[in-house]
Every structure is written in structure tokens, then in C-alpha cells.
Design a binder for this molecule. Sequence first.
Ligand code: SAM
Length: 263
Amino acid sequence: MTSTTAQRYQFRNTCTQLHPLQEMLDPTTIDDLNHCGITRGQHVLDVGAGAGSIARHLCDLVGPTGKVIAVDLDTTLLAPTGVLDVYQRDLRTEPLPVEPGSVDVVTARCVLEHLANRQLLLEQMITALRPGGRIVLGEIVYARTTVPHAPSGGDADLVVRIVHGILDVLAARGVDLHWGEKAPTFLVNAGFEQVRTRWTARTWTGGSPGCRLYADNARQLRDQLLAAEFTAFDLDRFGELMTDPAVMVRGYEFAATTARKPR
Ligand SMILES: C[S@@+](CC[C@H](N)C(=O)[O-])C[C@H]1O[C@@H](n2cnc3c(N)ncnc32)[C@H](O)[C@@H]1O
């Protein structure tokens, strides 16, 4: 595998991927943002804004006199407004489009783990923050899955193997599935205060947003999963199981970190 291949982003920004991701993770991220004390007129940066649910929530918080800067490699699902500025940037090679010390809050969810230059990008985000500004991060982290219920033991085993297969494919392609555990240390070492992380994982039922996310991830990584240990029959059966309400599976684990830049 060449380094270029290793660094290429693994997914296409589709509604079938990003909408379930938002449905699963927005409650946690919005709760963290609501505790940042964001006020009218502030400037906020959303790095890797995806389909924009968090950027839109931030627009509501900063109001018509504020500014939300959304940056992404793929901006097709982001519509600019008078408050929301949208920048298409490849953050592996291009800098963030903001001045040092100019933003009150910076957020990035499920982005840094995908990028080989994640530490340099986090340093850029820190530089963009004003003293006393807040950072809100979130990443999916590696965890072994379990299946409390499925139509058969063979189905339960298949779901476990494919969820681990998805994580293994991502790791082999350069995604750091432990970055969410390392980010708090990085922030403490950078002098940040009030560094707090919470880890969450819930059971997902077939047909739920979480299972739709698993199904979409398996669909988008189908070629890599076929090249690993799985057959087309396995992957098709997994797709069916992810719509079956008889299935209950442990969802992705999510590490959410908040912190304050020293004044
Ligand atoms: C898993 S999605 C998360 C989207 C959004 N933050 C959310 O949580 O709903 C990862 C996002 O990172 C963006 N991304 C991936 N590689 C990138 C790059 N090199 N530069 C900028 N954005 C990138 C993708 O386009 C995608 O929108």
C-alpha cells in the first residue's frame, strides 16, 4: 500500500452514511457544545463538517451577528448562508481558512482520526482558538463488539466478524482508531484546562440509524471486505441483518472530549 492510498479518505459523503452518523452522535456533540457558553455574535469553526447538522446548530447559537466557518474536502452537502461560510479544503495539504486566535470555539467530529496529519491539524485548530476558547472533539474508537441478540448463532457470529472487519479495514487504511484516547493527553500537554472525555456505546437494533450506519460502512468498504475474509453472501446477509429488528448489536464506541484553551 502506498502512503497516498493509506491517506485517502475512505468514504463518500452520502446521506446514507452521514445522516445516521448525525442521528447517533448529535445528542452528545450538541450537549458538549451547549456547555461551551457560545453566545450571539461569536465565531465558531467546524472542521470536516460533513452534512452540516452541527454547523447548522452552531448557526442557531451564534445568531445572525455571528459566524460559523465550515471546512470540508467535500462540501456538496453544505449550503452557505449569511451566517455559515463554507470552504472546500483538503486539510492534508491546505491550511484552515482562519486567522490565529480568531475563533471562540472549534469542533471536529470523526475527522482527525482519518487524517495522517491529525496532530498538525489539531495544532492548527488550537492556534485558531482565542485564549479561553473551547474545543469540542469526537472520534469513533476501537472496541470489541458483542451481539446480545440475532436470529441465529451463525448470524450473531457473522455480525461480530463483519463489524471487526470494518474496523480492521479502516485501521489498515491508516485510520487511527485510538486517536480519541490520545487527544485528551495531547490537549493536556498543550496546556489546556478542564480536559474531559466521555466514552459512550449503546446497543443498536436492526433498522435503527446505528445499524444503517454499519450497513453503509460495509457497503462502502465492500471491495476491501471481499479482499479480506468475507464472501458476497456474508456481506449481503449482513445488510439484511442490519434491517432486522431481531438483531441487537453493540454500536461503535464514541469518545467525546472538551477542553478550554488557557487564557
Ligand atoms: C465521518 S465524516 C464526519 C462528518 C461530520 N464531522 C459529522 O460528524 O457528522 C468525515 C468528514 O471528514 C471530511 N474529510 C475527510 N478527509 C478530509 C480532508 N483531507 N480534508 C477535509 N475534510 C476531510 C469528509 O469529507 C467528511 O465530511
